[in-house]
Ligand binder design. Sequence first.
Ligand code: F6R
Ligand code: MG
Ligand code: MG
Length: 385
Amino acid sequence: MSADEITVSVIKADVGGWVGHSSIHPDLIDAAEEHLDSAKTNERIEDYHVTHCGDDLNLIITHRQGNDSDICHGLAWRVFEACTEVAKGLKLYGAGQDLLSDAFSGNVRGMGPGVAEMTFTERPAEPIVVFMADKTSAGAWNLPLYRMFADPFNTAGLVISPGLHQGFQFQVLDVHKNRQITFKCPEELYDLLVFIGAPAKYTVQHVLNAEGEIAAASSTERLSLVAGQYVGKDDPVCVIRCQSQFPAVGEILEPFSHPIIVEGWMRGSHHGPLMPVSMKHSQCTRFDGPPRVVALGFQLADGKLIGPRDMFDDPAFDDARREASELATHLRRHGPFEPHRLPMDEMEYTTLPQVAERLEGRWEDMGEPAHGDGKKEVKAGAVDD
Ligand code: F6R
Ligand code: MG
Ligand code: MG
């Protein structure tokens, strides 16, 4: 990377909850700040902000080492290890749960923590917004990112701002096959939606503008795939550059004016509304939720984080919160039934496969379905009477 480039790394992990999985203890924030403060004094990083969303500890770090730097990732790993020790001392819940390996190998990707990072040349004024969610999974940003960067009903600038009118490119990860594809929008909008409309399988990793400049980066780790067993939801983060050749701050926040339904919530096994909240309400309570999102805004000044501004601490989002509560109540009434509970194939790390296996021999074969294979043959052009 060149000398005038800056990297923004948002690295998060759940290293212990207070109380249960609802929030984190302030001693964890203090321990993280102490570590990052000495890294800043030693000029290994430019600046940092430590925060949390629900039970996840979030480190927002600016530095000059580029993406996937072992210096920054190593620092974050040591912070999480130190905070795990604090969590163990306080017997916090699930101390160290997201640190899936004892052996750090230079990069936190695939080791449990989530990472969203981007490297760019700082503009004369560089507003960024960092979104952090709890009790949901990596694909939760698909719909909001689509609205921000591809939907003119959300982002007026796509129609009326020369800086945005050329559209944006979406880099999408196929999380099961670990491969990626780029869609140019608006040209390939419908192709894009075929995939990102299935957020459990495809996640938007990056958004770039038409010139290839980075606009957004999200964490795409799926903890269940990393760990091979249920270890909690991904609780993803996302960092976005705003204004001028990117959507305005207000266009970045607008998708959250109506709560969307995401997967996660209790035991990572339920659909629920994503509620935009201020830091004061950055905790998960009702049925371990509902899933929450916070947004912190900063201006960058030569790599320094000027902020944060607590962007959802605003009555303009009260209606979204009320709507989310109503949706939560509606879904909760379904109890253990879909669509509140996730579909069976998304529940592979719960007791469901064990129950199914135990009962396998109890099913009695009923022979062929009455109508052959049970499927009615539909001829082209046929009309049902
Ligand atoms: C969801 C989450 C919580 C826990 C739930 C049960 O991401 O963290 O909803 O799954 O509280 O936790 P355990 O099994 O640890 O008692
Ligand atoms: Mg937890
Ligand atoms: Mg969490």
